[in-house]
Design a protein around this ligand. Sequence first.
Ligand SMILES: Cc1cc2nc3c(=O)[nH]c(=O)nc-3n(C[C@H](O)[C@H](O)[C@H](O)COP(=O)(O)OP(=O)(O)OC[C@H]3O[C@@H](n4cnc5c(N)ncnc54)[C@H](O)[C@@H]3O)c2cc1C
Length: 476
Amino acid sequence: MGHQDLGVELKRIFPPERVLTSELERRMYSYDSSFMARFHSFVPDAVVLPRSTQEVSALMKLASQRRIPVIPRGAGSGETCGCLAVRGGIVVDLSAWDAIEEVDVANMQVFARPGVVHYKLNEHLAGFGLFFPPDPGSTRMCTVGGMVANNSSGLRAVKYGTTEQYVLGLEVVLPDGQVIQTGGSNNCRALKNVSGLNLTKLFVGSEGVLGIITRIRLRVWPRPKARGMAMAVFSELEQAPAAVLDVYQSGILPSGIEILDTSAIQAINMYKPEINLPSAEAILIFEVDGNPAGVAWEGQQIAEIVGRRAVSVEWATDPARMADLWRGRSVVAVAAARLRPDGSRIFAGEDISVPLSRVTEALRRIKELSRKHDVAVVNYGHIGDGNIHTAPVINLDSSAEVQRANALVDDIHRLAIAMGGSTTGEHGVGAVRNQYTMDEHGEAALVMKQLKETLDPLNIMNPGKLLPPEGGKDRA
Ligand SMILES: Cc1cc2nc3c(=O)[nH]c(=O)nc-3n(C[C@H](O)[C@H](O)[C@H](O)COP(=O)(O)OP(=O)(O)OC[C@H]3O[C@@H](n4cnc5c(N)ncnc54)[C@H](O)[C@@H]3O)c2cc1C
């Protein structure tokens, strides 16, 4: 079916201004934030912008009849080509369907449509003294629908966990157009519910391959009243994870524990010399939150415990000083590109996770791989839960460097699996990591495939993502 014919059919479901079929409009949906998207042209056949569950359901019925792939999209901030039409089809842009329908303070939950941007949700909740704790770095862009679909999290996952811990229920449109509620019936407001199979968890992190999430019931928490931050400098990398363990063993669970290794310290100092981080093998930044007295006590304890291994440690609760301590960490993603004048930081192999006990080994081995492939990398990340961000820095105009970077990234993913970790602690699988799904999950990957075939026998729901590709590597 041509674009125009498809457009005519779609305009029977959607008002004309919410069906995009021109070349220019479709091209605008051919990329996300991934490295891979730069080298492919995944232009969809059409784009629609729904505003109701009925529209999404009617779309899925049409797509089933015509066997056309359908690809849900939030803000397109994903790093894995997850929201791209790698096999053509209709992109469903949910970003403008962004109503926060209700904050139910008495029941500590919020109801939202998928397009609500994360920071806007938290701004709104702040008015009620509440917050939704997962905190991706993309907070100003990403949608809660995208967060649920990717099971997103951020630097406070060490204390607050990932999105899945907060999803109480979902409205989902299945590939055949059927609409279901998970986590209880339409009027369920229970916080605890163990009846039935946990379909909510099945859809959280399913990356749009099982259905389209059209309404979200999220648990919210009271906002902490105080925060404090400590920065510790280590002359030996090994001492940093050891200090993290010491803090845990003292009975303290910080709300964030971040690491910068030598490469990150160097990049930050090149990018913003005024930050002037001390040269060291590692810097740790701890954050604690809660009530003021508890924060003060935990901060002192952390400073004392970590001080036994660190060259220096500074504790701060003054907002201006905390912002200073945080500056290095907040610019590192951008600073990475400054390692060389012609460099660009790429998002690939960028978020493996490894067992806590093997973080030092992982960081050292990533450096060896960087030397082996002659690709500079900057390492930082959420050391508190073993989630390492590696930023390869290359000249994008050099095909030889692009090739070497791809080889490096493949080695990093394989290293994570070999170390008993995961190829992705945050950003998901999409079309860039599905070739590792079998290696990472073994027989369980085949059960994932069976679930997909049961819910989506025609394979129209975001095909080519997350699940192991037929016969090895997928097209993307
Ligand atoms: C600078 C930067 C920093 C980042 N930091 C973090 C971080 O700290 N932690 C983290 O976890 N991620 C991070 N990310 C990755 C990304 O922002 C998150 O995965 C985010 O949750 C994606 O949301 P989105 O709305 O952009 O989704 P998209 O990129 O549009 O889509 C992501 C996936 O979700 C599916 N999807 C989207 N909406 C729906 C829906 N309603 N129903 C079904 N499927 C849907 C898509 O098909 C796709 O597979 C970062 C990205 C950038 C660019």
